[in-house]
Write a new protein. Structure first.
Length: 543
């Protein structure tokens, strides 16, 4: 008797597939099961032991999925094995044909081929030599020191043995790069002249004489800056895309050069300059922190100026003049009266006190104020009573003398808030509704502001300890037991769903994506046309 559906049913185990004997059910022949081994037509000695032929039905690779490593199939032409990453052609790896004497012996396609003409090929389908390799050949063993012949290769790639003499490679003429003199190989002169250099040009080395310009000279294996046709105090300047010599300005110009240095000279490797001195270039170093008398230095010419004069630009050049009449204009709070520059009348600075505005139209604008005081901002009236106070903790008091009582804003009077209150005030019972519309029992709208943050709260419910229990943000995220929701619905806890014995609502495009819990504790999703199981998204839900 077996339990089937809602009742017991009797079965007859005396069929040809299953036998019943000694209160046991077992397979009938030709199946034999013994110690986790299966035999077909024979008592098994291996995990699978077959006494006969095994046939594999044709399988297409396109119809297979989730194949495990070690699987074998027959695709109609070849036997294939899956090694975990790709299918291996088992038929090609063992395609050895020795029936016909003129046939090819092939291993793994063109990996290794032996042709009927006794040629062997590696990675080539039609070998043309005793050993024909389509690729590189590496010989790792060291050659015997007694070997003297060379390996040669022709245009077809054929390798052969040939004896070469050094005379076959080296000429005795001086025009070649390598010359044989007796038993020595030397670099030939290649018809070089005295002072030539070897230069690689047109894919070969050749002797070339070094040529210099008017700025450089080469003598006795030494390359120098040329000093020919130069006078003292000449300088080297780069102009018109080339270097050239120039003389420093004379005393008739605004900038003159006295016969001396403007700075002291010390032995140093930094800040070196070159100058022609006594017909040759010498290196000097400028030391800026030790000024000496103006020898060989640049300075501004006196231009026949007298004591007290100043340089004035006349439109073409700087000229010395008295120019005692200078006009200054004051603006932005600065006033010039005669020879006095002072603050405007509505500004006053006395000791450490700075007063702004002595009239009813005065105005004070601050872009940024930085202070280390405990109360960096404090406004008082004429009787020194505090009108406004901001401490270094960011708390603001209006009408109090710095008494904030733990509030962000403390005011001694009636307050009008156009938009919203602080988070602390909202948490102790103050409700802000940012809309004037009527209809819903409670309609709360987000207060407009420039560049609102998506994480700005529209609705926030706090417990007595100030912990967020419910929050709706401007960006659309809703948090339950979390004040920083990271999703459209972010629950810091668990959710409870009602169980349904039938679909709670018809599945249409309007309810696409809705979820519901069945009476058998399965989660179902609406796919816009029908309710399906969430685990596969295909099978229909059974409520």
């Amino acid at each position: 008797m077996v339990w089937s559906g809602n009742s017991f049913k009797s079965i007859n185990p005396s069929s040809t597939e299953i036998k019943f004997q000694n209160e046991k059910l077992y397979f009938a022949e030709p199946l034999f099961v013994s110690n986790n081994a299966l035999g077909i037509g024979v008592s098994p000695s291996e995990t699978l032991d077959v006494n006969g032929t095994i046939r594999m039905r044709t399988q297409a690779l396109s119809s297979l999925s989730n194949v495990s490593a070690g699987s074998l199939i027959f695709d109609g032409s070849n036997f294939l094995g899956w090694n975990g990453t790709h299918w291996k052609n088992l038929s090609a790896s063992s395609n050895i044909n020795t029936v016909e004497p003129d046939s090819y012996w092939i291993y793994d396609d063109v990996h290794l081929i032996a042709s009927p003409n006794h040629n062997v090929g590696i990675k080539i389908s039609n070998p043309q030599a005793t050993l024909d390799i389509n690729g590189n050949l590496r010989i790792r063993s060291t050659l015997n020191s007694g070997m003297s012949d060379f390996l040669t290769i022709n245009s077809f790639g054929d390798v052969g043995q040939h004896s070469l003499n050094i005379q076959d490679l080296i000429s005795n003429t001086v025009t070649t790069s390598i010359q044989l003199i007796g038993n020595q190989l030397i670099l030939s002169s290649m018809n070089a002249n005295e002072g030539d250099f070897l230069v690689y040009q047109n894919e070969q080395w050749r002797p070339i004489n070094l040529t210099t310009s008017a700025l450089l000279t080469y003598s006795d294996h030494h390359l120098d800056i040329s000093t020919a046709n130069l006078v003292n105090d000449s300088i080297l300047l780069f102009r018109n895309n080339q270097w050239d010599y120039f003389s420093l300005p004379t005393t008739n110009s605004n900038i003159v050069f006295n016969n001396g240095w403007a700075f002291s000279l010390e032995d140093s490797n930094t800040d070196d300059i070159f100058i022609v001195k006594n017909g040759e270039w010498v290196r000097k170093t400028l030391v800026s922190d030790q000024i000496l008398h103006a020898d060989n230095g640049l300075r501004l010419a006196s231009q026949n100026a007298v004591l007290g004069q100043q340089l004035t630009w006349n439109g073409d050049s700087w000229i010395p003049s008295n120019n005692s009449s200078i006009l200054f204009n004051g603006e932005n709070g600065v006033v010039v009266e005669g020879n006095t520059i002072k603050l405007a009348n509505n500004l006053a600075w006395t000791g450490s006190k700075f007063t702004i505005g002595t009239t009813s139209g005065a105005e004070f604008k601050i872009n940024r104020l930085t202070s280390t005081l405990s109360s960096p901002i404090q406004l008082v009236n004429a009787s020194n009573q505090t009108l406004l106070n901001v401490n270094n903790s960011g708390q603001l008091s209006i009408g109090y003398n710095g008494v904030h009582s733990g509030y962000s804003i403390a005011s001694n009077g009636v307050n009008l808030f156009a938009h919203s209150l602080s988070r602390y005030q909202s948490s102790v019972g103050t409700t802000n509704i940012g809309t004037a519309e009527f209809g819903p029992t409670l309609l709360i709208a987000s207060v407009p502001t420039a560049n609102p943050s998506p994480s700005r709260s529209i609705i926030e419910v706090l417990d007595v300890n100030g912990t967020s229990r419910f929050e709706v943000q401007d960006g659309g995220n809703v948090g339950i037991s979390t004040g920083s929701p990271q999703a459209t619905l972010d629950i810091n806890g668990f959710a409870k769903l009602k169980k349904y014995s039938s679909q709670p609502k018809s599945c249409t495009t309007e309810t696409d994506g809705a979820i519901a819990l069945t009476s058998s504790y399965r989660l179902c999703v609406c796919d816009s046309t029908k309710w399906v199981n969430s685990n596969d998204g295909i099978s229909l839900c059974e409520w």
